[in-house]
Write a protein that binds this ligand. Structure first.
Ligand code: ADP
Ligand code: ZN
Ligand code: ZN
Length: 730
């Protein structure tokens, strides 16, 4: 094969202006050595920049005299697999973001740096603390260091010094001023999982069929398979079996879970089955540990990678399968940066590039996914029953308006109280979920359950305290806060908000015989605290586990026979077109924690609007019923999956942000978007953050919006963020 002479390079700078491929000559001595995915140093203007080789060719595309040469490769081996370079290209196009930023996802975690030339023991890591310090005017070296860190955030001292062409005294000076911190990176420390025993199971008939379907599709067209199985139906066992087959055929697998810290039990099962062939990507690990894992993965030393969202980029060289467990979870959407990807789509694309298979698993699939399954874009495997003929728990819904009318001012309904009383003195356990989805402020009438909603959009209005007004986050509608309930004229209108701490207190007072544990953001801040709390609960050190959404997911405690849900419909009020879906999912998931062992389970759901279909369908375990009803709404309102919603946010100085947003809207209209498919431009619901004004325009489209990739240039001070299917509109 003839050696390629030219390389297409993406420079590692976070700016729209350089978001394109630059061609460089490959010096003779590096020809054949530099491959796609290689990190290289290139001359750029008067600077030297790092970049990534994304193309190799013999076609010269720039004027010969303008052509510059790559200075040197920065790593021995390419940092990024060729298929991941392609994936990054696709992401940049699909999500209208920067190619260089997409490539960042493919690099070693956090360090985002080829580390093999650095010793294996320790290395010094520089972390940017203050991105906008007041540096002395002529402190040029410090400024260069700062400039690089503003892009990188964090990097190895050795690399930084080489790039900034300075000495470590510069770093010490910056450290003194509090601009950066210097830390040690350690390597090689074991990931902690306590493997459970791995019982030999005989697959149920349903599980067998699901496994067969997946394996067959793997040999065939490779369409994604949606595994829709009720809670406790043995989905995890299906994943384990399929992965076993994948490994036997010499391939490798990625298992994605919504939040790694929340799923210790699932991790243990993978560890028990695949022993040291599995590694868990855990953000709580030190940078060195994560880097070490990354190298092992890339070098083919592990075959199964379990992790959250970003593990979809794990550089397994022989990838054959990606599993997304709880595929409907919103944590699968990336909410930061210029590339706001949906993990499900990325996984499907990645597998398409390498001939791999995707399995999406859930008891409550995202509406989009089920829709695709019904359209035959995905295949559908169903596990409609729990294993060992265990019944699904009985769900009772209590109307809290009635309780209020009867003078019950406590947090607990009569029914929940009875059930809790019945626990005292037994070995059975309960989980109580306080539904606090989102902290959006809405106003609720405690007498009739009314929540003020937008007349146009079918979402609740959000209370903005500063202005004392209610606003819709989807359209321009806003109104003053009324003093009385518009439906029943009651004055018991109030913002809803109790915390888990108050709940624990109240429980302690009313049921002194029940020991409690609390699982929420507060109690799990310390590293390892989450797992410790769950372990204590598993050992029976407390009878009631209280928590937020965290307790809804994936937990498997056979002694739990009671689940209580407080404010079940709170999440219906979240200003989000998916609020019904979220509520249905949450209730189904948390109910699924009950009765997983020999003893049957009960669920008591407290709600202000008990007749809402999301609650009714969850009560009757009727996913399909829910789907049919909700998909009808989506169709009639032109929401996903029928049409795509894109949010374009411009933030910057007042006039400039508005101007940019208007220019973009005008551009879209000129490119063929109908005026009626635009909402805005108007100020975002949160109109100003840190002195930057925020304007947005919402676009509905029937397919990918090509025009997003060629938006007009805007003022350099304005930041444009494009979000496909945004989760929130703040
Ligand atoms: P899901 O992920 O669908 O909620 P799990 O995979 O966690 O369900 O399975 C629920 C429980 O049933 C687990 O304790 C698991 O070990 C057990 N289990 C799974 N498959 C079988 C089987 N075929 N026979 C017996 N027990 C099983
Ligand atoms: Zn009312
Ligand atoms: Zn509205």
């Amino acid at each position: 094969m003839k050696q390629k002479r030219y390389a297409g390079v993406i420079v590692d700078v976070r700016a729209e202006a350089v978001n394109r491929i630059f061609q460089y000559a490959i010096p003779e001595r590096y020809q054949g050595q530099i491959e796609i995915g290689h990190r290289v140093l290139v001359p750029f203007g008067r600077r030297k920049l790092e970049g990534y080789v994304v193309e190799l060719t013999n076609e010269l595309e720039v004027a010969e005299q303008k052509l510059k040469a790559i200075i040197k490769p920065l790593d021995l081996k390419p940092a990024i697999l060729p298929s991941l370079v392609e994936l990054a290209r696709w992401m940049a196009e699909t999500y209208a973001g920067l190619f260089s930023e997409a490539l960042q996802y493919m690099l070693p975690p956090a360090a985002r740096y080829g580390r093999e030339r650095v010793g294996v023991k320790t290395a010094q890591l520089v972390t940017l603390l203050d991105p906008n310090p007041a540096l002395r005017k002529n402190a040029w070296a410090q400024r260069r260091v700062l400039e690089i860190l503003q892009v990188r955030g964090e990097m190895l001292a050795a690399e930084l010094l080489a790039l900034a062409d300075t000495s470590s005294s510069t770093l010490r000076a910056l450290e003194k001023q509090g601009v950066i911190s210097l830390g040690e990176v350690r390597v090689e420390r074991k990931v902690e999982v306590d493997p459970v025993s791995d019982p030999a199971v005989v697959l149920t008939e349903q599980q067998r069929q699901a496994v067969d379907l997946i394996l067959e599709e793997m040999q065939g067209q490779g369409k994604p398979v949606l595994l829709h199985g009720v809670t406790g139906s043995g989905k995890t066992e299906v994943y384990l079996q399929v992965i076993g087959e994948v490994l036997r055929s010499g391939k490798q697998a990625i298992v994605l879970v919504p939040e790694i810290a929340l799923t210790p039990q699932i991790l243990n099962r993978f560890a028990a089955r695949f022993k040291d062939r599995v590694t868990v990507l855990h953000s709580a690990l030190s940078l060195g540990e994560r880097f070490d894992q990354w190298c092992k993965i890339r070098d083919g030393q592990v075959d199964v990678v379990v992790g959250a969202r970003s593990a979809v980029f794990a550089p397994l060289p022989r990838l054959g399968l990606i599993v997304l467990d709880e595929e409907h979870e919103r944590t699968y959407k990336q909410e930061d940066g210029s590339i706001r990807y949906q993990t499900r789509e990325v996984a499907i694309k990645r597998c398409a590039l390498v001939g791999g298979q995707v399995v999406l698993g859930s008891a409550t699939p995202a509406l989009e996914s089920y829709h695709k399954a019904l359209q035959s874009e995905y295949l559908l495997a169903e596990l409609p029953e729990r294993v060992e003929q265990r019944p699904l728990p009985k769900i009772e819904v209590v109307d809290m308006r009635e309780e209020f009318a009867q003078g019950n001012r406590s947090m607990f309904s009569q029914r929940l109280r009875e059930e809790l009383d019945a626990l005292v003195g037994t070995r059975r356990q309960a989980i109580i979920l306080l539904n606090r989805r989102g902290f959006a402020n809405f106003v609720l009438c405690r007498e009739c359950g009314e929540v003020l909603g937008c007349p146009n959009c079918q979402v609740s209005l959000t209370y903005h305290k500063g202005e004392n007004r209610l606003k819709c986050h989807y359209c321009l509608h806003q109104e003053a806060l009324p003093s009385k309930c518009p439906r029943c004229a009651s004055r018991y209108l109030r913002q809803f908000g109790v915390g888990t701490e108050q709940l624990e207190e109240a429980l302690g007072k009313e049921f002194p015989g029940l020991k409690t544990l609390r699982l929420d953001a507060d109690t799990t801040r310390r590293k390892g605290a989450h797992a410790a709390i769950l372990r204590q609960f598993a050992q029976g050190q407390a009878q009631v586990l209280i928590g937020t959404q965290m307790v809804a997911k994936g937990l498997d405690f056979p002694q739990v026979t009671l689940v209580g849900v407080l404010a079940a419909d709170l999440s219906l009020r979240f200003p989000d077109i998916r609020s019904s879906e979220r509520t249905f999912q949450l209730l189904t998931q948390v109910a699924g924690r009950s009765g997983r062992g020999e003893l049957p389970g009960t669920v008591v759901v407290q709600a202000y609007e008990p007749n809402h279909f999301a609650i009714e369908m969850a009560r009757s375990h009727d996913y399909l019923g829910f789907y049919r009803k909700e998909i009808g709404f989506r169709r009639s309102l032109g929401y996903p999956p029928f049409r795509q919603l894109v949010r374009i946010l411009c933030s910057g100085p007042k006039e400039k942000a508005e101007e940019a947003c208007r220019a973009i809207a005008a551009h879209l209209v000129q490119q063929g978007t109908a005026q009626r498919d635009l909402v805005g431009p108007f100020p975002a619901p949160v109109g100003r953050i840190q002195g930057r004004y925020r304007w947005q325009v919402l676009v509905k489209s029937d397919g990918p919006l090509q025009s997003l990739n060629a938006l007009p240039a805007v003022d350099g001070e304005v930041q444009v963020t494009i979000d496909l299917d945004p989760l929130h509109m703040l």
